[in-house]
Design a protein around this ligand. Structure first.
Ligand SMILES: [Zn+2]
Length: 336
């Protein structure tokens, strides 16, 4: 099965009332972990690469690994998505390479740090929508700014400084015709999201619900949605790491989001924690080992476990079979 349109996957998710995890990758083991989890749970899946990941993998390595994934797991509908494209040029380069979905994050200027104006955001997003839809490629946009910084990208802060204004979100979708919209409701990127377990007050679920009511057919995206589980933190610290105590987004809150229009949930930190914990454990317990496979295999297995668990929690498990991919040129005709 070739790589599929994210719009198609999210439309199906909306019909079925479930969410789809979007997992970040940089290398082969991470792609394998996700595909194995998808096979085990029979899930459609979104694999995403940031600008940092594209540069780490020199683009071509990543793309060909993804082609290998589609060959080896033909039964899994798989999207390749660009995470946080910083300019129309970056998005275009992903479209040219064969990504089936791109994020134009015009909530920040092209430096990936400075919050932009509404007009700038509309302008760059419109450009990307025109180029992407002509090829049947999906566009995710962002309004409001997430907190934190990851891979050098982000507005910083706690995530409360630039919450999404629901009225503006409604206007933005009218002005840009984007397929999916990342909203800022108090989440942030990275491992250090909250200093206490967040509840419905810390995460602005009322803002999310208001946005969904205004734009019910736009697929909402939750960024920075790792749960940062205590057991994964503990493994790292038990084997020589030194993470400070931290809390992520509880899965129950994400599930409330899914009931209210959230269709794509970005998870990266949890997988990083799982892999690093597994590697630390092998290296501490068996210091005589030096074959990278001795620690990469358990690392891959640990990530697979987390991904499979999220697939079940988000509701995408068992849904792979219900999706018959529409070729991108057909999708382009639907947009036209
Ligand atoms: Zn993000």
């Amino acid at each position: 099965m070739p790589l599929v349109s994210m719009r198609q996957l999210l439309d199906e998710a909306a019909k079925g009332g479930y969410g789809v995890g979007a997992f970040n990758v940089n290398n082969m083991e991470q792609i394998q972990a996700i595909m194995e989890a998808a096979r085990e749970t029979e899930s459609p899946v979104i694999i995403q690469a940031s600008r940092g990941a594209r540069s780490y993998s020199q683009d071509r390595f990543l793309y060909h690994l993804m082609l290998a994934a589609t060959e080896l797991y033909p039964e899994i509908p798989t999207v390749l998505h660009l995470d946080h494209g910083n300019s129309p040029e970056t998005c275009q380069s992903a479209i040219d390479l064969g990504f089936t979905s791109v994020m134009m994050d015009g909530s920040l200027l092209a430096d990936g740090k400075t919050p932009s104006s509404y007009e700038y955001n509309v302008d760059v997003t419109r450009k990307v929508v025109a180029a992407a839809h002509a090829k049947g490629v999906t566009v995710e946009a962002e309004i409001g700014c997430l907190g934190g910084i990851e891979d050098g990208h982000g507005a910083g802060g706690s995530g409360m400084e630039h919450l999404t204004d629901p009225t503006q979100a409604e206007q933005f979708v009218k002005d840009t015709n984007c397929d999916a919209l990342a909203i800022a409701i108090g989440t942030s990127h990275g491992a250090y999201k909250f200093t206490r377990k967040p509840d419905g007050e810390v995460l602005k679920m009322d803002v999310l619900i208001d946005i969904h009511k205004r734009i019910p057919t736009t697929h909402l995206v939750m960024h920075g949605s790792s749960s940062v589980p205590k057991d994964l933190q503990d493994i790292i610290n038990q084997y020589g790491g030194s993470l400070k105590p931290t809390w992520g987004v509880p899965v129950e809150e994400i599930q409330i989001g899914i009931k209210n229009g959230v269709r794509k949930i970005n998870v990266d930190t949890d997988n990083r924690l799982a892999m690093t914990g597994a590697i630390r454990k092998v290296l501490m317990e068996t210091p005589e080992k030096f074959d990278p496979r001795d620690y990469m295999k358990p690392a891959r297995e640990a990530m697979k476990k987390v991904v499979a668990q999220r697939m079940v929690q988000f509701g995408q498990a068992g849904k792979a079979k219900s999706i018959t991919p529409i070729p991108l040129p057909e999708i382009a005709k639907l947009y036209a």
